[in-house]
Ligand binder design. Sequence first.
Ligand code: ASP
Length: 616
Amino acid sequence: MKSNCFETKKMPAIGLLIFSFYLRRLINHIYMYRTHTCGELRLTNIGDKVMLCGWIQRIRNLGGMVFIDLRDRYGITQLVAQENIEEELAQTIHNLGREYVIKCEGVVIERASKNKRIPTGEIEVTINKIFVLNPSELPPFTIEDESDGGDELRMKYRYLDLRRNPVKEAMLLRHRIAQEVRKYLDSKDFLEVETPFLIKSTPEGARDFVVPSRMHPGEFYALPQSPQTFKQLLMVAGMDKYFQIVRCFRDEDLRADRQPEFTQVDCEMSFVDREQILNTFEGLTKHLLEKILSVTFSKPFQRITYNDALSLYGSDKPDLRFGMKITELTKLVKGAGFGVFDNAEYIGGICATSCSNYSRKQLDELVQFVQRPQVGGKGLVWVKLEEDGSIKSSVDKFFSGEKLLSWANFMEGNTGDLLLVMAGEKYPTLEALGLLRLELGSRLGLRPKNTFAPLWVVDFPLLEWDSETSRFYAKHHPFTSPITNDIHLFDTDPAAIRANAYDLVINGVEIGGGSIRIHDSTLQKKMFNTLGFSEKEAIEQFGFLLTAFKYGAPPHGGIALGFDRLCAVFGGSDSIRDYIAFPKNNAGRDIMINSPALISQVQLNELSISIKKSNT
Ligand code: ASP
């Protein structure tokens, strides 16, 4: 009897379960928005009843049949309304417009003419019912891959711009890179720790953005230029390995492609030397290249000293996708009575392979290029090593063919090449040659976006002399450790001290930089001294860190990668803006929300702030 009793109870329970399952499905079906996304349906779904939601990309009316491209984040699906649909449905379709948000119910059918360019191109969905979830005004620009909207207009309506494929793809790429960064660093025992935004000045060399304190009238927070001091404190705290994908704020005059707020992958490690840090982040870079772009790098990244980078490539972030190194010619070419060379501190040149056939016009363009204010060159001497063995040059009057041939040999130039030579002060000339090298590299197609040339630049100078203020500044920041062998130079030749610092460069773009830190308070004092900080000033500004260092600071070092820039390089773009969801324009303005903006007198009063009237 007992078992019977059990069974009679079990039967209705199962029935109830099945009933509630179907009831829930029915309710879901009535109330749910979608069964699939617009990127999901394939031939295997033929015959399925589906519901899709999205934005109308395009409506085409072809001989009584209506085709709608319905778009969401995942893709585009074609909806089709046959000729013989009910009047009411036809009317609803007739009233639809671009960017309307709709829900469509229908059946998946095979397309007669397939579209191979999109993953859903083999099917379409019949429109059985359509619900307008929200109409849309006509957008101010076309939401197409190639939009007709200018930069400013698209930034004003950034939420519409983000609907466009290339911009959406940039966001997806950024997301994927962020996830891979987290995965890799987590696998290496890095701890993700958030550090505060309302802080005191950090020493990264730019101006701080400041935030007035209402509770402490006349006092200000500063927004972090980076979490530098906090990550060092986390090492003192014993966290061992820290990372954070974090926003940083720098009030700089905005040069091209800078943003006042930007994101860093910020990291710090304890008990490590330079080698371990470089290995860890070389590993991260390789991991990202492999996971995101399927680019495998088996060889270690090249390393080049700061001095070599400048003298061979005219830049501390050389693009190594191509050669065309700079050769110094100072000794070789001086003393021939050519004033431009004879009076120059430095003369150097590059050899453009197979460019001896450059026309007058092309050469003039190069001369104009080096004379641009951003490049700052005075002129350009050229030597053509013609195919027929003859030599033509812009300095024929001063140099014999034999002499010019000796330049060619020295620069490893061959028949068919073009030598380009500049003269002037050493570093500005090197920099100008570096820019000319990049220009030629671009013209000759030697900088393809899908080739990656990562490298480390090491042994930066610790200090930079500023002749205007007659003092040294830290090239990186004041906590950067000198190379141990150079510490003695503090007393004799501070400018010659090399920092235990490094930059990661990919394709001529500085992706990140960091250093081994000073963890010894005597050395830190020496550094502050050299930077012209009195002990009082050092304590005022960084007392908390100096105090912390008295309680057992481990040897430590770290790095920060510019995350927006990393995304741009991976995406093959020159602009970090494309990889930021809501970027500011070149004047540091968010033109969508109209910021910065005035605040009310009430707010100003609360903050004890009065605005000085400008005289202009
Ligand atoms: N805080 C430094 C920067 O933002 C990076 C570092 O030294 O780790 O450049």
